[in-house]
Design a protein around this ligand. Sequence first.
Ligand SMILES: [Zn+2]
Length: 52
Amino acid sequence: MKRAPWHTKVPTKHPVYHEETRCTLGDNIESYNRVPGTTGRPKCPLCRSISG
Ligand SMILES: [Zn+2]
């Protein structure tokens, strides 16, 4: 199920955003590290494979 985009505030080598609640990568982000929005990041490949 799609929801408002979020991403991690922890610096990563390949920053992406998530918008799919079934995405395990997005779901693995600890709640205290989650930030709403995309900040211009590309969409997570796993989110894309789940819901386009
Ligand atoms: Zn994702």
